[in-house]
Design a binder for this molecule. Structure first.
Ligand code: 13P
Ligand code: SF4
Length: 306
């Protein structure tokens, strides 16, 4: 039997030998973080995907992230480390749904959270990520916006962009929606000196109680740079563990035990090992036409996001 360390060493050796770049979303487990070339939020991963010089990219995250990676580096081989890692929010809207909504909301520009499938993106005007959503929406010349799929993130953006008319329909992250306001109130009472840091995918009642709301990378940066010593974390619980490693002198508490994304957690170090070895993962295959259409809102995201 090999140890975690031995598997990690073998991954490091194989990725050099096979010219592989390993991109890791912040919600992955710490043993996967340790073999990454880059760890970050959805926006950071998109930027890295377009910059990577290696022949092969392995995405440790969920399917829409691997698709985005393929769109931004179509000449590269892109592997999703575990093919079952999807995002339930990304499956909430199809391209047909978007076309039906365009008829209901004529004149609106369709802004899609990056947590959508490539097929859905192909029918949208602009993509956003949690870290850049407010900036991108503010930079759009259009006033009337239909925001899909996440109504929680959409409401948070709308609050900060009063100059825009933002319509929300339905949808959201089932993982972040598990956290409710009463839990945040109880945790704040139990830890009166702790700051509450949440992801804007949380319910508005939770975000309203927060000292800071932002992307996974934003939450980590805030906690690392803050003078405070205790934090309640309202996002996928892996972030609690990563922060404990990064700031051993500070204390981090999960807002709720329920905030675990089974999809993000389905990728294991052994999946990464098999992908880098060449006998695992799923290669993302997309037609040139789909890449061209789905990339348009991504390119606009990068242009407006700066
Ligand atoms: P960010 O990576 O933008 O923080 O979003 C979190 C998330 O839920 C990704 O699926
Ligand atoms: Fe999708 Fe939510 Fe999991 Fe992110 S945390 S991958 S949005 S289900």
């Amino acid at each position: 039997m090999l140890t975690t360390r031995e598997i990690q060493d073998e991954i490091m050796r194989l990725k050099k030998e096979n010219d592989v770049c390993i991109l890791v979303h912040a919600y992955q487990s710490h043993d996967i973080w340790e073999v990454a070339d880059y760890v970050g939020d959805s926006y950071g991963l998109s930027v890295q995907a377009s910059k990577a010089e290696n022949q092969t990219i392995i995405m440790c995250g969920v399917r829409f992230m691997a698709e985005t990676c393929k769109m931004l580096s179509p000449q590269k081989k892109v592997l999703l480390a575990n093919p079952i890692a999807g995002c339930p929010m990304a499956d909430q809207y199809s391209g047909t749904d978007v076309e039906a909504l365009r008829k209901e909301y004529p004149g609106c520009s369709v802004v899609a959270y990056i947590n959508t499938t490539a097929e859905t993106k192909a029918h949208c005007d602009v993509c956003v990520t949690s870290s850049a959503a407010v900036r991108i929406v503010k930079n759009m010349p259009e006033k009337d916006i239909l925001f899909i799929p996440d109504c929680q993130l959409g409401a948070w953006v709308a609050d900060q962009c009063p100059e825009k008319d933002i319509a929300l329909v339905r949808g959201g992250c089932p993982t972040h929606r598990r956290m409710i306001g009463i839990e945040a109130e109880v945790m704040k009472k139990e830890h009166p000196d702790a700051l509450l840091l949440v992801h804007p995918e949380c319910r508005p009642e939770v975000t309203a109680l927060a000292d800071y709301a932002g992307s996974t990378t934003g939450i980590m940066k805030f906690a690392k740079e803050s003078d405070a010593k205790e934090f309640i974390i309202g996002t996928e619980n892996s972030i609690v563990q990563h922060l404990q490693f990064e700031c051993p002198d500070k204390k981090f508490y999960a807002l709720s035990k329920q905030c675990v994304c089974e999809n993000m957690k389905s990728t294991t170090l052994m999946d990464v090992y098999h992908s880098v070895k060449g006998d695992g993962g799923e290669e993302i295959i997309m037609s040139d036409e789909l890449i061209e259409q789905a990339r348009r809102p991504i390119d606009r995201m990068i242009e407006l996001g700066g």
